[in-house]
Design a protein around this ligand. Structure first.
Ligand code: PRT
Ligand code: ZN
Length: 212
């Protein structure tokens, strides 16, 4: 029988909730030591453990059929894949923050600024929509320290509690995107794979309903 391959984050913020979602769907998973992939014991599902940034590409290529990834990553990567369901965990927002000593009245205050981010596409898109001309500096981690070391005037990064911004002397001024984990899918699933995905989606929706 055909199996569906699901990509989930190997480790990180989405890992525990992704595994818990499968469990809540009554899908039993034995996680081996190597943790590259595993097979569900009572559902036609193979689980691949990957870095979240790689999941959209693997879904487009069909290396994985479906995957759990943050909407923020999915929209930044712009791959040809489809969101099937929002999952209600991994909630955060992609926001612009500036040093808290600066006065901020309106979005035009960002004109001419240097902004550090790991989300250059989403930031550029936002600025174009708002007619803001700013210099985007792509950096891959520790974005929040960029203003403090003189690398940029402001940042755009994920925020959940806000304590990282606070500890770095920054304040949030604009929200670009509200994000959460989503289930996304390759566009060309075979008939049998589609049937398995629908079964999984039915279970996921039941789990979500039970929680509301
Ligand atoms: O190793 P891999 O590449 O797979 O993982 P990663 O380090 O790139 O990602 P990870 O595990 O940090 O995050 C995975 C996903 O979790 C993100 O893509 C988001 O969809 C979601 N998520 C939810 C978050 C946060 N909340 C979050 N707060 N991702 C990151 N953060 C970071 C943020 O970048 C900042 O450094 O937490 C800090 C801010 O948190 P607060 O609570 O201080 O505001
Ligand atoms: Zn990542």
């Amino acid at each position: 029988m055909d199996k569906l391959k699901i990509a989930i984050q190997k480790s990180g913020r989405l890992y525990d909730d992704s595994i818990k979602l499968l469990k809540d769907c009554s899908i039993e998973v034995n996680i081996g030591i190597d943790k590259l992939k595993t097979t569900a014991l009572n559902f036609p599902l193979e689980i691949l453990f990957l870095r979240d940034d790689d999941i959209p590409q693997y879904l487009e290529d069909g290396v994985a059929d479906i995957g759990i990834v943050g909407k923020n990553v999915l929209l930044e990567k712009r791959k040809k894949i489809k969101i099937k369901e929002t999952l209600g965990f991994g909630k955060c927002r992609l926001a612009i923050a500036i040093p808290k000593s600066l006065v901020y009245k309106e979005i035009n205050d960002l004109n001419g600024k240097r902004i550090a981010t790991s989300y250059p596409f989403l930031v550029r898109e936002f600025f174009e929509k708002k007619y803001i001309k700013a210099e985007i500096h792509e950096i891959s981690g520790a974005v929040e320290i960029a203003p403090g070391i003189g690398l940029a005037d402001c940042i755009c990064d994920l925020v959940s509690s806000g304590s990282t911004l606070f500890m770095n002397g920054l304040k949030e001024v604009e929200t670009i995107l509200q994000s959460e984990a989503v289930l996304a899918s390759n566009l060309h699933l075979r008939e049998e794979q589609n049937i398995i995905m629908k079964k999984l989606l039915f279970r996921i929706r039941s789990v979500k309903k039970a929680k509301n």
